[in-house]
Ligand binder design. Sequence first.
Ligand code: A3P
Length: 295
Amino acid sequence: MSTAAEKAMAAGVNVDLVMLDGFVQPAILVDKLKTVKYVPIREDDILLCTYPKSGTHWTWEILNMIVAGKAEYAKHWQNSAWLEYRTEEELAELASPRILHTHLRPSQLPDAVWDKRCKVVYVRRNAKDCLVSSYNQLSQQVWKDNPFGKRSYTGTWDDFIDLYLDGSFPGGSYFEHTVEWNNISKAHKDFEICRLQYEDLKKDCVQEIRRMADYLGRRLPDQTYQAISDACSFKNLKHANEKIKDQTYHFNWQDGSSGYFRKGITGDWKNWFTVAQSERFDKVYEERLKETFPY
Ligand code: A3P
């Protein structure tokens, strides 16, 4: 019988996938995932935790600006500080306070994150918009060193929905990820994290930046929040990443665009899902998260 990883590859995922502890994982990550728990963590590290396509680039830049106290772009792409993809040496070279980002579930994170009571910012996004964003990324992106040398996903849109619902695509399960983050206060009593929602950032970015700054204990003047919000608008941040930033840690998509800055809107899923696909999705969503799909 084939594994979920093998099924995903047969359905058109052109990333080498394996099973690890019952979860589908990119093979390239397996060694790192076995050791990431012991990665040295500093007390002043800030962890940005997201499920893929939840607005990680956006929030990472905002956090960098809050820490810098001004609306100035970080030199590198956020991948320079990607906990599970950078080597220990690369992470050690980052200046404090580091703003590390990760797509890992809480149970996969280094124990020191909790022991040292690091600041943890968690961003969630409408699952169907994450799915559409992932589909667009994987069906257009060719990763550097992709052993197959082709786009990361060449299957159908309909099959992609099933892979997503099964959690058997390279990003892992939205549901496993979300359930663990929803239950974080049970796993780590009295640990205060800052929870954000992509849709709230779209609605009132200044307010959400203020919330982040308060949580980090780094209050700034109101005009600085506004300046950060403006510098990190979709258009400005896309321009900064594609035209201003050092490109060392950037992965191009097939068409040569950065791709990570696609549309930056809420509700794009309505342009993709048929009614039947949406109902199929909602059923699993309700079963897994014990909540009704709210959008
Ligand atoms: P779409 O593909 O729906 O456009 P991540 O950074 O976690 O990979 O998330 C990428 C998603 O966030 C993409 O969504 C991208 O366009 C969107 N995004 C990036 N920067 C943004 C910004 N400044 N404002 C709003 N959305 C942004």
